[in-house]
Structures are given as C-alpha cells and as structure tokens.
Design a protein around this ligand. Sequence first.
Ligand SMILES: Nc1ncnc2c1ncn2[C@@H]1O[C@H](COP(=O)(O)OP(=O)(O)OP(=O)(O)O)[C@@H](O)[C@H]1O
Ligand SMILES: [Mg+2]
Length: 336
Amino acid sequence: MTAPELETSELEEDVERLSMVTDQVNEYFVGHPDVVEKLLASVLAGGHVLFEDYPGLGKTLLVKTLAQTIEADFDRVQFTPDVLPSDILGTRIWDPDQRSFTFEKGPVFTNILLGDEINRAPPKTQSALLEAMEEGQTTVDGNRFQLPDPFFVLATQNPIEQEGTYPLPEAQMDRFLLRMHTGYPQTEEDEREILRRRIDWKEDDPTDGIEPVISKESFVRLQAAAESVFVHEELLGYMSQIVRRLRDLDGVEVGPSPRGALALLKAGRAMALIRGRTFATPDDVKSVAVEALAHRTILEVEEVLEGAEAEVPVRHVLDEIPAPRPRKRPEGDGQP
Ligand SMILES: Nc1ncnc2c1ncn2[C@@H]1O[C@H](COP(=O)(O)OP(=O)(O)OP(=O)(O)O)[C@@H](O)[C@H]1O
Ligand SMILES: [Mg+2]
C-alpha cells in the first residue's frame, strides 16, 4: 500500500480534526489531557492500551467518549474467572430452520473493545483475546473471521493483587503498545470539576448524546498517514540508544525487545500527527517513552522488593541520553 501524501487538503483537514477529537474528549474526561493525547496516539498507531488503575477513575467514560467522537463502534467485556474464549470471540450455533451452523459473533467484533479487569480472566481467555489483538482476526472451529478496521483493545488491570487473579505475564504485556495510568485527579479543582460536570449531565453516563467530530473513514486515513510521518535517521538512532541503554542499566533484569523500540517509533509518529506535524521530533518520542517501555522493562528482584518501579530507569535513560535536534523531511527527497 502506498502511503497517502500528507499535503493533500483532505488529509490536512483530517489532521486539524484530530485536535477537535482531543478537545471533545477533554470536555468529558476531566483533568488528564496528556492521557487523552496518548490514548489517541495509540489508536492512531493501531496499538492496544493496558490501563493499570484503581476503579472509578473514569476509564469507561474516557473510552466511550473517544469511541463516540471518532464514530467507532464500542463494546465492553467484564472479565471474570468464568469467561470463556467463546464468550469473547463468538460461537457456532445450530440453526434448526436452515439445518446448518451459523456463527454468532462475540464482542470482539467491534472497533473499540473495553476489556475490564483482564487479570480476572483465565489464561486461556486472555490468550484468545491477545491472539485476536495481534492478528486482527480470529479462528473459530477452523473458520477465519476478519475483525473490523480499526480494531483497538483497551484492557484494564487493577493494580491491587487480588486472590483468584491471573496478572498478565510479561510476554503478554509486550502485546500492548502502551501501558498507562490515569491516576487520581491531581487538584481539588479537577475533583470539583468532575462534580460540576455531573450536575450538567444530569446522568452518570453522558456519552450517548456525543456527536462524532471525525468520520470512521477519515480516521482510517489518518492511521495510514501516521505511517508516513517522516523520521530522521538521527531520531532512529536516538530510539535505538534508549532501548539499548535500558537493557544494560544496573537494576534492570530484562530490557525492552526490538518490539519496544518499534513501539517508540509507532507511538512517536502518531504523536507528531496529533501535534499537527508531518515529521517526528525527539519530544514526540520522549513523551511516549515511559508508556511504551516501562511495561517491557523487568527489574531485578532486589529492586522489586524495595518497591522500585520500571518507570524510574526509563526516565533515567531519557535524562541521560542527549536528544538530537528536531529535523524536518528534506525538500524533494522523493520519499512518500
Ligand atoms: N477524570 C474524570 N472526568 C470525568 N468524570 C470522571 C472522571 N473520573 C471519574 N469520573 C466519573 O466517575 C464515575 C466512574 O467512572 P468510570 O465508570 O468511567 O470509572 P472506571 O475507571 O471505568 O471504573 P471501573 O474500574 O470500576 O470500571 C463516572 O460517573 C465518571 O463520570
Ligand atoms: Mg469501567
């Protein structure tokens, strides 16, 4: 597939609409514009997000608002220990009139799937979902079914270790482009603003009436445009140095794989597009580095026992490695 030219006016208009997307989502989801920007970057980059957060911080509100705003279909699964792979993917059912089996699609056949408390699902169900996420398709009884485009999973995991949960193994965490935390409202003002909005909305879930500000088609075009954001060779060097340094750092047991470096590339390019640029800068990469790399960085046991978090070495490396200067695409280089 050839990437579309960013210069076309249609695409320029789409890029402008991206800021309308973040503005609208920020109107509902109070106090975390950085989270909104990164979530949008992940969806643009075609990557899935893992939210590790306590309950009641507005994740469902955030995801539903985003889905409505980009004209995407939305579905939600509450994971419990008895959720089977077929509850997610779908099942073949016998149709007595037709005297044949038909496939009843599961909730995974949507654009944006919110999987709540993925760590409560049994490993078999987790891997069924992760496989669908990786491949964009599912296979049920030997028949292959393509998932819609865009397809994006936002899974949540409660950070409190509970009995009867199956925390995602590291290998599966690696499938998520970004891991994020919304965290609690940072100021009393934000806390109050949430209450004020509730009074305006007159209901707990105000998302039904939200109008899209961008069409699904435009969004798919923008996903392709993110793939053609220019990345200078020096910036590729910067990303490589970040992951390589992280692998050798004291206290780090296992550093990010090349998939981690690719996550920097993908999320960094999408970030550039959201910020209205056709070239990525070191700042775009830096702004997503913790979310792209911390969940792929395994600390040594002693560090973990002391309560260290993998965000710390990532931040350390970002401080240590000098960023190259931002560089635009050279004129007339003929690159798409
Ligand atoms: N930052 C926020 N901005 C606006 N509303 C918020 C925010 N945080 C929480 N709320 C409100 O708190 C309530 C709970 O939010 P929501 O159901 O989205 O939380 P959640 O993170 O999905 O929780 P759970 O993990 O239990 O599913 C909603 O009514 C929502 O409007
Ligand atoms: Mg929720």
